[in-house]
Design a protein around this ligand. Structure first.
Ligand code: NAP
Ligand code: MG
Length: 401
């Protein structure tokens, strides 16, 4: 059998711990036998980040800008314990943060739906994708404890020295205060990423804030989305048969619970943080959540939503058997391969990505799965496989197809 050819390389960002082990199994069993895989390889494993003073992370992001599509393995974000464990020169920053700052994107997270792993919300039949604005608001806020009676004001000082101020509160007692901000260019690129992704995946887009209460702050988000939609996307959405609509955040939450799914829900930073955890647990498992960073210029970086599954890695190192779920990492590869196929006009590559996804889902629906899924499935008589054998089972399904 001849292998599928690729025109342009994918940017491949290798990672850490158990997901690094999965990465190699997936390539060896599910990709290399079928594709003449072309990648530009960047080792974002913590040891190599440390050796290169984290330059490799920056280089991988620049390569993503150059080639347009990347696939990333989960990576350790160092904390004090990791600095000691890996004898690091510095507490290197989160690679995802670095990459996001360079590509300036929005992260879209969507669950992988499998029969037998039913969402807690019984009317959800299709995935709900969360688009979280990843800049500002409460995550970049300044806060103060107010010790006793007194006045708090917000003051803006322009470059020419002129000022504008607004009273926050006349305190009669001790209290607390918070000042937060966002930037029009950041909200604009968030909006464009959402509109582009909706067109790309042919799904309706919802956006919600609390503009009735926050008449300047949240209202600006609402206005920016509407202005960009009317000027740049309205006709394209109509042609694609999809919709954009704005509603209040509380109305959105109520409607999401009653919906069938199958749309994108754009959220401000805090709402996205909270709602993505609600959705991933309600859909079943973090190990079944995909994640893609889409830049406003149309660059894509695919990954799994979960981390490096450290606990399983230590078992693996101790020679014990693991049953780590590779599905989200497989779907990171298929997402990247499908996009590469679309951009390069190599439909065989996109068709292979579809087949590998189907083989993965069919394997689970046929009753073979990892332990995390076996614990929550409604299927009877399931076979729990270890990490390597589950990937081999997917290969067998794929070959039979
Ligand atoms: P995690 O790796 O997502 O794992 C947390 C727990 O969730 C695991 O211990 C496991 O539960 C379960 N789990 C997650 N993925 C699974 C999978 N594929 N198969 C089976 N079970 C899975 O989060 P963490 O332990 O908090 O973080 C570990 C490291 O990952 C940290 O160093 C963190 O910095 C990094 N991280 C990276 C990213 C990224 O690169 N995008 C994201 C998050 C965290 P049981 O142990 O109960 O089986
Ligand atoms: Mg969260």
């Amino acid at each position: 059998m001849s292998k599928i050819e690729m025109k342009t390389p994918l940017v491949e960002m290798d990672g850490d711990e158990m997901t690094r082990i999965l990465w190699k199994y997936i390539k060896d069993e599910l990709l290399l036998p079928f594709i003449d895989l072309k990648t530009e390889y960047y080792d974002l494993g913590l040891e190599h980040r440390n050796e290169t003073d984290d330059k490799v992370t920056f280089d991988s992001a620049y390569a993503t800008q150059k080639y347009g599509v990347a696939v990333k393995c989960a990576t350790i974000t160092p904390n004090a314990a990791r600095v000691e464990e890996y004898n690091l020169k510095e507490m290197w920053k989160s690679p995802n943060g670095t990459i996001r700052a360079i590509l300036d994107g929005t992260v879209f997270r969507a669950p992988i739906i499998v029969k037998g792993i039913e969402p807690c919300v019984k009317n959800w039949k299709a995935p709900i994708t969360i688009a979280r604005h990843a800049y500002g608001d409460v995550y970049k806020a300044s806060e103060m404890k107010i010790p006793g009676p007194g006045k708090v004001e917000l003051v803006y000082t322009a470059e020419d020295g002129s000022t504008e101020s607004v009273l926050v509160h006349e305190f009669k007692s001790a209290g607390i205060v918070q000042g937060m901000h966002n930037l029009e260019p950041s909200i604009e690129s968030f909006a464009r990423s959402c509109f582009n992704y909706a067109l790309d995946t042919k799904q309706t887009l919802w956006f919600a804030t609390k503009d009735t209460i926050s008449k300047k702050y949240d209202h600006t988000f609402k206005d920016i989305f509407q202005d960009i939609y009317d000027a740049e996307y309205k006709e394209k959405f109509e042609a694609a048969g999809i919709e954009y609509f704005y509603t209040l955040i509380d109305d959105a939450v109520a409607r999401v619970m009653k919906s069938k799914g199958g749309f994108i829900w754009a959220c401000k930073n805090y709402d996205g943080d909270v709602m993505s955890d609600m959705l991933s647990s309600a859909f079943g498992s973090l190990a079944m959540m995909t994640s893609v960073l889409v830049s406003p210029s149309g660059v894509y970086e695919y990954e799994a939503a979960h981390g490096t599954v450290q606990r399983h890695y230590y078992k693996h190192l101790a020679g014990e058997e693991t049953s780590t779920n590779p599905v989200a990492t497989i779907f990171a590869w298929t997402g990247a391969l499908r996009k590469r196929g679309e951009l390069d006009e190599t439909p065989e590559l996109s068709a292979f990505a579809d087949k590998l996804e189907k083989a993965t889902i069919d394997t689970i629906e046929g009753g073979q799965m990892t332990k995390d899924l076996a614990l929550i499935t409604e299927l009877k008589d399931v076979t729990v496989l270890n990490t390597e054998n589950f990937i081999k089972a997917i290969r067998a399904t794929l070959e039979a197809m």
